[in-house]
Design a protein around this ligand. Structure first.
Ligand SMILES: [Zn+2]
Length: 347
């Protein structure tokens, strides 16, 4: 809570400092503090005690939307399910978007705090599960309301359009896409600049970090389907062993980051799952690998994904498989996100 409070204030102050002279920023800092004490603290506790799962953020979206509407913003609700946009038009100038995600996680809160979540909800399979804001999105939406209030109070100090966006289902890496598919930009216009932040316990309390490069890695989920030729375990020469081939692919993948990615560029390829076979003495006819891939730029992302394909397919050739039996690499489009690369000039 203390962490959140200070960080929330720091974020709000920093966002305004970006656009305001020093004298205004000083009084703003006091106003943020007092707004937190009189309103945002209680709002944060409300959101924290009432978390909702991805795509089930109905009450959260309603409360967030109602708070913004009460401040004079024009609301567009129900974009991609529970997504919403609040607009404050204030004369000529750019449209600047602030985005906050709204969903909680199916996690039981064991913090012991007096305001700990005791909420439960039916999950996507119909099971009742505990829910908490384990990722801090309650801070994000509380800050969005704080931003809304302070910007509305200071309309004479800025000009343009402020766009505040509540996004569903960040945890399922799907909410932003669903809002886009529901015609987000057609319905509310497209912003000239977009900003967002995420709370973290990795930084000292009161700090804010805005790297001029990638703030968050891109994440891709990849399956490699390996075909082999089954045989008796005592006669390996009559088959193609998919476990040996899969092992060679796993080892070959270790060279993609270490030998293809530039030495000072970070990247990750992890094989998190390797399944094949049913019995001690049977050479299987298939294996399946499941990978997660992290990258810091669109170019690195392409390099890593192409490297995985190259290693997997050509290891199949090394094993002597015909072209129609070579390993198949599937990049799951629905579960991938590109890296978040900050606009260096904006930072
Ligand atoms: Zn999060």
């Amino acid at each position: 809570m203390k962490n959140y409070k200070v960080l929330t204030q720091a974020v709000l102050v920093t966002l305004f400092v970006l656009a305001t002279p020093a004298s205004i920023a000083a009084s703003l800092s006091d106003d943020v503090r007092s707004l937190y004490d009189t309103k945002l603290k209680d709002l944060f506790v409300h959101f924290h005690q009432n978390p909702e799962l991805s795509f089930k953020e109905d009450k959260t979206a309603k409360r967030l939307g109602d708070e913004l509407e009460a401040l004079g913003y024009t609301l567009h609700r129900g974009i991609g399910g529970t997504g919403l946009v609040a607009l404050l038009e204030n004369g000529p100038g750019p449209t600047v978007m602030f985005r906050a995600d709204m969903d909680g996680l199916p996690v039981e809160e064991k913090s012991g705090l007096p305001y700990a979540s005791e909420a439960t909800q039916l999950d996507w399979d119909g099971n009742r599960v505990p829910v908490m804001h384990a990722c801090g999105h309650d801070v994000h939406i509380t800050s969005l309301v704080g931003t809304a209030k302070l910007m509305a109070d200071r309309k004479e100090q800025w000009s343009g359009t402020l766009m505040l966006l509540g996004q569903p289902a960040e945890e399922r890496v799907a909410g932003a896409r669903v809002m886009m598919e529901d015609g987000l930009w057609d319905r509310v216009g497209q912003p000239d600049f977009a900003m967002a932040f995420h709370v973290t316990s990795a930084l000292p309390t009161g700090s804010i970090a805005a790297p001029p490069t990638a703030a968050y890695s891109g994440a891709d989920t990849v399956d490699i389907m390996i075909k082999g030729i089954g045989a008796h375990g005592a006669s390996p020469h009559t088959g193609v062993d998919p476990i040996v081939l899969g092992s060679q692919i796993v080892m070959g993948l270790q060279t993609v980051v270490s030998r293809n990615l530039a030495p000072r560029r970070p990247g990750v390829i992890t094989v998190g799952s390797f399944h094949s076979g049913t019995k001690h003495n049977i050479i299987s006819d298939a294996a399946k690998l499941q990978l997660t891939v992290r990258s810091e730029s669109p170019e690195d992302r392409q390099l890593l994904l192409e490297g995985i394909e190259r290693v997997a397919v050509n290891m199949g050739r090394v094993a002597g498989l015909p072209d129609d039996m070579l390993p198949v690499v599937i990049v799951n489009q629905g579960e991938g996100v590109p890296p978040t690369v900050n606009d260096a000039a904006f930072v």
